[in-house]
Design a protein. Structure first.
Length: 318
């Protein structure tokens, strides 16, 4: 059996495609019947622009890593900066202007093989570049990939609003709900309702030495280190260190643990399949009414079983 790549560095892309305005690098291929958790980044120059368009299926989740982007989303526009996250659902019109050189954003795609579309476009550019200027051909090409472009809509003249008022954007410091356990602050960035019922996306801020252990899971685990560093221990594989910017991709049915090596280490859990929000809501409400439940192992084990939780946090179950 091949040993899978667990920690993926920023310079360890598995493919690179250059299109008309930038460079796209693929780090994790999509998997499963929902084409889940494709991870790539996109690197562009200041002034480059993506036309107003929609996707008929799939979810695009962008995180600005560097630079700045002017976003037009659903008829409104605002600026996005490093750490901000943008979620584009099916049929939400969107366009972008990259306002700085060396702007980089990271993209997680669900139910849409976006990078394969990039590969296809790369072949188009290489083999029949004259077709790029043929609007009828490009409309048919995009429709085949579930996309419709609106070339003539001046998207960047849409109503300007603040980032806080943009319903499709979550700023770096914002979250939907937050929970504190000993050693870890848990912030829900996007709920299951945002991502077609397929998963939740959480941010975990961990104290130094905090360990999160995971039993067998049905779907691969995927984390991105946003700040700090962690030790990743995976069943039958030597321990590895993941640092800021690295992707952690762990196969399903594989026990593993992640330990924070620095104070304030931040991870994004990009594939939370369990109903973690519901579990934490029940835990918070019940423990507030009966504080003894915090140390009641029988209650905690039952709660985790109820929500099919494979994770053991210090502070809930030692």
């Amino acid at each position: 059996m091949n040993i899978p790549k667990i920690v993926i560095r920023r310079d360890e892309m598995i493919d690179t495609v250059k299109d008309a305005i930038g460079e796209s690098n693929l780090y994790v291929e999509p998997y499963g019947i929902h084409s889940n958790n494709e991870v790539s980044d996109y690197r562009v120059k200041g002034g480059d622009q993506v036309n107003y368009h929609i996707h008929r299926y799939g979810y695009e989740l962008f995180t600005i890593l560097s630079g700045s982007v002017e976003c037009a989303l659903g008829g409104k526009r605002c600026m996005a900066y490093p750490g901000d996250m943008i979620l584009v659902r099916p049929f939400v019109p969107h366009a972008f202007i990259y306002r700085e050189d060396h702007t980089v954003w990271q993209e997680i795609v669900v139910a849409l093989s976006l990078y394969e579309n990039e590969r296809s476009f790369g072949r188009l550019v290489q083999n029949c570049p004259e077709k790029i200027a043929d609007r009828d051909f490009m409309a048919a090409y995009q429709a085949h990939n579930g996309r419709t472009d609106y070339y003539d809509i001046p998207a960047m003249e849409a109503e300007e609003i603040s980032a806080a008022a943009m319903p499709f954007l979550v700023r770096k410091a914002d979250c939907y709900k937050s929970y504190k356990l000993p050693g870890i602050q848990m912030r829900l960035k996007f709920g299951r309702w945002d991502l077609g019922g397929l998963k939740e996306l959480w941010e975990f801020e961990m104290e130094k030495g905090f360990t999160m252990r995971t039993d067998f899971v049905y779907s691969p685990d995927e984390f991105i280190v946003k700040n700090g560093s962690v030790r990743v221990e995976v069943q039958n594989i030597a321990p590895q260190i993941a640092r800021t910017g690295d992707v952690i991709h762990i196969p399903n049915y594989t026990q593993h643990s992640i330990t924070a090596l620095e104070e304030g280490t931040v991870l994004h859990d990009c594939n939370c399949q369990m109903h973690l929000l519901m579990m934490m809501e029940e835990y918070a409400l019940n423990s507030a009414n009966d504080p003894s439940l915090v140390n009641n192992r029988e209650y905690l084990e039952g709660l985790m079983k109820k929500y099919d939780c494979p994770i053991t946090w210090a502070g809930m179950l030692a």
